[in-house]
Design a protein around this ligand. Structure first.
Ligand SMILES: *[C@@H]1O[C@H](CO)[C@@H](O)[C@H](O)[C@H]1NC(C)=O
Ligand SMILES: *[C@@H]1O[C@H](CO)[C@@H](O)[C@H](O)[C@H]1NC(C)=O
Length: 319
């Protein structure tokens, strides 16, 4: 019984230590260059504005001219933009040359691999290899390419790589390339973290739950769902049944519609990863990730399958 108060004191001390460690912020943020991909909208756009306000030197990579122009209107003259398509190696290497010129001897303090897509998503059998490829090409190979090309500049600054994975990189909640790509980002980040440790480069993973950045895509997803369904052979459609299709597509829509709209929960994690003296290896953002999806990953497979089964429609025939 004597041990209990002692244990409580130790826990409190540990929490205070963690809190103190977490709150140590780097000096001279205004000297640091950070490249963020996918700044046209969503997390990337918000993070660019947030870090710009903190006085960092933000290099915003946008897919479109329009996205870049809009961002410039809302930010200081410190912020610079570059057009980048992460699926195009030529585009990535041009951006790397531009970044090298801008940062000079300082090197690049941070790269935030944020650009990503979530569509096409559907049950695996409704998809083609091309559908998988599309998502993997942006979300996984894009992250790998940008990271590899920026790494010499990051090593020079003994900086940070911040990769946006997802809670879907810890728990597979649906078919298609999305979860696969996020598992890939987790794996890439894990090996890179170990390899970069001796160079003083830190690799951080951000794992958001469901956020409304996906919602701008609701209509495209709905259209895709219909397209994937109608192109299926008659026999396949009969096996799944109309009700499966209706439920699957409307559940997806509802999940996206209900998702968290407070994007700063995610961008605050990214900001901590870039500005803290001691960044965490993993950040989970959003209550759904913390209290539902991440705990699911610790259950035995049979239980996880059963619970996820609740969210998945049943086919009309199982022959
Ligand atoms: C911060 O910047 C100042 C002036 O540029 C420099 O003298 C100082 O060494 C820097 N501190 C760190 C920790 O880099
Ligand atoms: C969003 O999250 C941030 C960070 O936790 C919090 O400070 C802010 O109040 C939240 N905003 C809304 C509208 O809930």
């Amino acid at each position: 019984m004597m041990c209990i108060p002692l244990f409580a004191v130790l826990v409190v001390l540990l929490l205070i230590y963690r809190w103190h460690r977490q709150n140590q912020i780097l000096p001279n943020l205004s000297d640091k260059y950070v490249l963020i991909t996918g700044c046209d909208s969503g997390f990337g756009n918000l993070l660019a504005r947030q870090l710009d306000r903190r006085g960092m030197r933000v290099l915003s990579a946008c897919l479109t001219e329009k996205g870049a122009d809009n961002l410039k209107k809302e930010t200081s003259s410190r912020l610079q933009t570059v057009i980048l398509d992460v699926t195009n190696s030529q585009s990535v290497s041009s951006a790397a040359i531009w970044v090298a010129q801008v940062v000079g001897d300082k090197g690049l303090w941070g790269v935030v691999n944020n650009a990503g897509i979530s569509i096409p998503t559907a049950p695996n059998e409704w998809l083609t290899k091309e559908d998988f490829y599309k998502v993997l090409n942006v979300n996984l190979l894009g992250v790998v390419d940008v990271t590899l090309q920026m790494l010499p500049l990051i090593r020079k600054a003994r900086g940070r790589v911040v990769n946006v994975a997802s809670v879907a990189g810890r728990l597979t909640i649906c078919g298609g390339g999305y979860c696969m790509s996020k598992y890939g980002v987790e794996s890439f980040s894990d090996s890179l973290r170990r390899e970069m440790n001796p160079f003083g480069v830190k690799v951080c993973i951000v794992e958001p739950g469901f956020f409304q950045t996906l919602v701008t895509d609701t209509n495209i997803q709905k259209d895709f769902c219909r397209k994937a369904w109608t192109r299926l052979p008659e026999e396949t459609r009969r096996s799944y049944g109309q009700q499966y299709y209706d439920t699957y597509c409307s559940t997806l829509e509802k999940t996206l519609g209900r998702s968290n709209s407070n994007l700063s929960l995610v961008t605050n994690c990214m900001e901590h990863a870039l500005t803290a003296q001691h960044p965490w290896t993993r950040y989970s953002a959003g209550l759904d990730a913390k209290i539902i999806y991440l705990p699911f990953t610790y259950f035995p497979t049979a239980i996880t399958d059963f619970l996820i089964g609740f969210m998945t429609p049943k086919p009309s025939t199982t022959t």
